[in-house]
Design a protein around this ligand. Structure first.
Ligand SMILES: Nc1ncnc2c1ncn2[C@@H]1O[C@H](COP(=O)(O)OP(=O)(O)OP(=O)(O)O)[C@@H](O)[C@H]1O
Length: 297
């Protein structure tokens, strides 16, 4: 069995080279979803969904299994048909073919890493870089490795694994590779499905910092069940339930939202006791609210 070279982890300095440090576009790019509805043979999986995510706002999308998170992303990336509107920049995404949506700068990862297992890490990145190139330019021979691919390798900490078949990477490394592939595709709207699943604590921290870095320059939506990771890195959170947006706000706001607590615990939240203190205590609701999944008391 081939040993995978040791992981070095994401490199924020390389990320800066790849993404640039110019924040003048800050909050210029944004995703705007309005009245999104997706039906599967009469079953409405997503309904009346409005969602706005701006550059610089690392957004987490959460909700119980079957809430409609993946379907929302599928609709915006063209995998399923949705009605309503989803615009990125000036481009309406709904109704476009998936490759045209990708060309518009929209990329995603999947719960199960979707890299080409037989190809090396470098080849995977090179193909992703080619996805934005015109067919004729793909035919032209190129010398060496494009700068963006080298930078992406460093950014996601896979330089030592560049010639390793992607199939033998550890699960976390595959997720980093997928993120790298989105970066070399020049995706400016990134949907990341459970990007830290199966990672060690240290890898999660590194990935979180990387996502923060990417999110400062790109529009990033993260679907993640790991509440500790969410609390550490989310700028804002959208909670979905039964196909709708149930709540939206900061981590603290959604965490203290009784409707969110009820959905996560499956039982109504007791009405709070009258506060015996003369002064209202703003932290009270937070302390009294039952912990969300994965939260330590
Ligand atoms: N192709 C499909 N055909 C029929 N129903 C579907 C299809 N895809 C999803 N659904 C249904 O739509 C609902 C939303 O599913 P979706 O996968 O979007 O939820 P999710 O929030 O992503 O859940 P999870 O966290 O488990 O991934 C579910 O009831 C699911 O069974």
């Amino acid at each position: 069995m081939t040993d995978t070279p040791a992981t070095t982890g994401p490199d924020l300095q390389a990320a800066s080279e790849l993404l640039g440090t110019d924040t003048s576009r800050f909050r210029h790019d944004y995703l705007q979803v309005r009245g999104l509805r997706v039906e599967f043979g009469g079953f409405v999986a997503v309904r009346d969904v409005d969602l706005t995510v701006t550059q610089g706002d690392l957004r987490f999308l959460i909700g119980p299994n079957g809430a409609g998170k993946t379907t929302l992303i599928d609709a915006v990336t063209g995998l399923v048909k949705g009605t309503g509107s989803a615009t990125f920049g000036r481009t309406e995404l709904l109704g476009r073919a998936t490759h045209r949506i990708a060309r518009a700068g929209v990329g995603r990862t999947f719960q199960t890493a979707s890299v080409f297992s037989e190809l090396t890490v470098l080849q995977n990145l090179d193909i992703a870089a080619g996805a934005r190139r015109r067919p004729l330019s793909l035919l032209r021979a190129r010398r060496g490795v494009p700068d963006a691919v080298e930078q992406a390798l460093e950014t996601v900490g896979l330089t030592a694994q560049r010639d390793v078949p992607a199939g033998i990477l550890a699960h976390g490394q595959k997720q980093w590779l997928e993120i790298g592939m989105l970066l070399v595709q020049d995706a400016h709207l990134l949907f990341l499905d459970e990007p830290v699943a199966g990672m060690t604590h240290e890898e999660r921290e590194e990935t979180g910092e990387l996502l923060r870095r990417i999110g400062s320059q790109r529009v990033v939506v993260v679907v993640e069940h790991d509440m500790e990771f969410l609390r550490s890195f989310a700028d804002s959170v959208t909670v979905m339930h039964q196909g709708r947006v149930l709540a939206e706000g900061t981590v603290a706001e959604v965490q203290n939202d009784p409707a969110v607590v009820e959905v996560y615990l499956g039982s109504p939240v007791d009405a709070p006791e009258p506060d015996p203190e003369p002064e209202p205590d703003p932290d009270r609701a937070r302390r009294d609210a039952p912990a969300l999944e994965g939260e330590t008391a």
